[in-house]
Design a protein around this ligand. Structure first.
Ligand SMILES: [Mg+2]
Length: 405
């Protein structure tokens, strides 16, 4: 179980301006670009109370708030503050993803023992930001990025909210679908045409219906409606943290032989990518999503760095054999982490730090776009073609699996 924290600065640009010029404090301020036909980038909360909004042009804004003070934005000031803020976050965890200039995701799963509960960590970060920069931040927390973002959105400004795993169903049941990060007006409209207006309805919608309407993202939409999001916090470091693949299977499976066959294919995909970038890892992670959409990962750290397909496969199968499957499986994933370089590959020599990571991620995205959730059938690997008629007697009722060994 992860704990993800999102820091979202309140009216960031306007607040930074109010801090650097005390004459602006407590007043309606709008930050604008330097061009002639400029629009409002950020409005202070004082301005918002008059109805001034991001995206308004200067004339519209003056009409709703005649006393509005316009300040031309200063990017250097904001990026500097962003870097200083990142230093604060880094004291709490190394897993920091600066998502935008005023938002950062922190994976604080490993920090709880040292710093206290999520709420306590959130309070400490808020306090430190306030003391050092005079700025307000809203902090949302949850078991994933989607819920952390929601917690932040519904508690702005100057908020602090933690949506616990067990609180998710109630928290999202009646929320309109576009309250979820990533669901915009257009998708909401299409969902509405299917009679789906709330997250609860989205989570219960048949995945076949969503897929027929939205293609690949249909499955992702259903997961969002259930409050599930497995995307990792991508810390802004130089090299990728893991290489791997997952795939939704053409049909739900449960036999070890079938799983083994898919794991071989996935291990080959992960291994091939690791070798291509001259990376080897000492940790293999297996992701399993059941038919019920319950998803978990389990990893095994070994005592050497590997990128050979069969070594990855053997380790993945060792993990699989340690799991008592409680349902049939709809998605499998294999990834390799704890990476280190085995030599500098020619095509990466030219790329420095950030670009190198981008390149890896882009490659991953490219491949996922082509193969990912679109359900590739690896027929050649499949020794079994017919669906078993009965449930294996070895099945156990669903329980909580430990995610680390
Ligand atoms: Mg913000």
């Amino acid at each position: 179980m992860r704990t993800i924290l999102l820091v979202d600065m309140d009216s960031f640009f306007a607040s930074v301006e109010q801090q650097s010029n005390p004459a602006l404090r407590g007043k309606p301020v709008a930050v604008i670009g330097s061009g002639k036909r400029t629009v409002i980038t950020t409005a202070s909360y004082e301005a918002r109370s008059f109805g001034v909004k991001t995206g308004m042009n200067v004339w519209e804004a003056k009409k709703v708030c005649p006393k509005l003070i316009f300040v031309t934005g200063n990017n250097g000031k904001y990026t500097h503050t962003c870097r200083m803020l990142t230093e604060i976050y880094s004291k709490y965890t190394s897993e920091v993803e600066v998502y935008s200039i005023d938002e950062a995701f922190l994976d604080i799963t490993g920090s709880l023992k040292l710093f206290g509960s999520p709420i306590e960590i959130g309070k400490m970060i808020k306090r430190e930001i306030k003391e050092r920069f005079g700025l307000n931040a809203t902090i949302g927390m949850g078991p994933n990025k989607l819920m952390a973002k929601l917690a932040s959105d519904i508690s702005k400004p100057d908020g602090l909210k933690f949506i616990r795993q067990e609180e998710i169903p109630e928290a999202i049941e009646r929320l309109p679908v576009d309250a979820l990060w990533g669901i915009g007006g257009k998708i909401a409209e299409k969902l509405g045409a299917l009679g789906i207006r709330t997250c609860g309805e989205l989570g219960r919608a048949p995945v076949s219906l969503l897929k027929s309407r939205f293609g690949i993202i249909g499955e992702r939409l259903k997961l969002m409606g259930m409050g599930i999001d497995t995307s990792p916090v991508m810390s802004n470091e130089e090299t990728a943290k893991s290489v791997g693949h997952s795939m939704t299977l053409p049909r739900d499976i449960w036999r070890e032989e079938e799983i083994e066959a898919y794991m071989l294919k996935l291990s080959e995909m992960a291994g091939r990518r690791a070798r291509r970038y001259k990376l080897a890892g000492d940790t293999v992670t297996v992701t399993i999503r059941y038919k019920s959409f319950r998803t978990f990962t389990k990893q095994l750290k070994i005592n050497r760095h590997i990128n050979d397909t069969h070594e990855i496969h053997n380790t993945a199968m060792e993990i699989i054999r340690g799991i008592k499957l409680s349902d049939s499986v709809r998605l499998l994933g294999v990834s390799l982490s704890g990476l280190r370089e085995t030599g500098m590959p020619a095509q990466l020599n030219l790329l420095s730090g950030h670009l190198k990571k981008e390149n890896l991620l882009n490659t991953a995205d490219g491949i996922n776009d082509r193969h990912g959730d679109s359900t590739v059938s690896w027929a050649a690997y499949m020794p079994y073609t017919s669906r078993p008629a009965v449930i294996s007697p070895a099945w156990r009722p669903a329980g909580v699996h430990r995610t680390n060994v």
